[in-house]
Design a protein around this ligand. Structure first.
Ligand SMILES: [Zn+2]
Length: 190
């Protein structure tokens, strides 16, 4: 009896340690620079909210005119509006609306750091500028290369993958995501 109780206690302690390890890994996404309705956006230094917003050149940047220059809270708010605005625009283009959607965006400084992270954490060989990783419901993107069309392309993958019980084949997804990118570039410029 005593022995089994001891075993139970050590099991519980063991589980607790495993849980905290798992939580610790979950938190290692970089710095949370903005938390929008549809995405939590994490960045790895030196990338900050300004570095992301300044690359997107989205119409939502007009909100910036009323805001205090350089205030980090305001920049986070601009980023929130930009990301949610883009998400809704992509949803409109492909006519799929998931209002309960919540994903993650992780912004790495450049393509080599993105490639290194994907190799280290997920053992993926991916020498590209951006990726939607379904298993983590996460968009990985390089700040040095980020464009509105590119981010919209990855958002389309995220929406499509979450909407269909069986995600469409890669070629079909690429056609849809490519169409989103083309449409966004046409409206907002590339
Ligand atoms: Zn794609």
């Amino acid at each position: 009896m005593k022995k089994s109780l001891g075993l139970l206690i050590s099991l519980i302690i063991g589980l607790g340690i495993n849980l905290s390890l798992a939580l610790g890994q979950e938190e290692n996404k970089g710095t949370l620079i903005a938390d929008s309705q549809y995405f939590s956006i994490y960045a790895e230094a030196p990338v900050d909210a300004y570095a992301v917003v300044s690359k997107l050149k989205f119409d939502y940047l007009r909100f910036g005119e009323k805001l205090t220059k350089g205030a980090e809270d305001d920049l986070a708010q601009i980023l929130v509006k930009t990301i949610d605005g883009l998400y809704l625009e992509v949803s409109d283009i492909i006519d799929i609306h998931i209002y309960s959607f919540k994903g993650t965006i992780r912004v790495l400084p450049d393509r080599p750091s993105l490639e290194a992270l994907l190799k280290k954490d997920y053992n993926l060989d991916f020498p590209e500028r951006s990726l939607y990783y379904f298993e983590k419901n996460t968009i990985f993107i390089s700040q040095a290369d980020i464009t509105l069309g590119m981010l919209g392309h990855e958002m389309a993958h995220a929406i499509i993958s979450n909407f269909f019980v069986v995600p469409p084949p890669p070629k079909v997804q690429e056609i849809l995501a490519g169409y989103v990118e083309y449409s966004l570039n046409k409206v907002h410029g590339s």
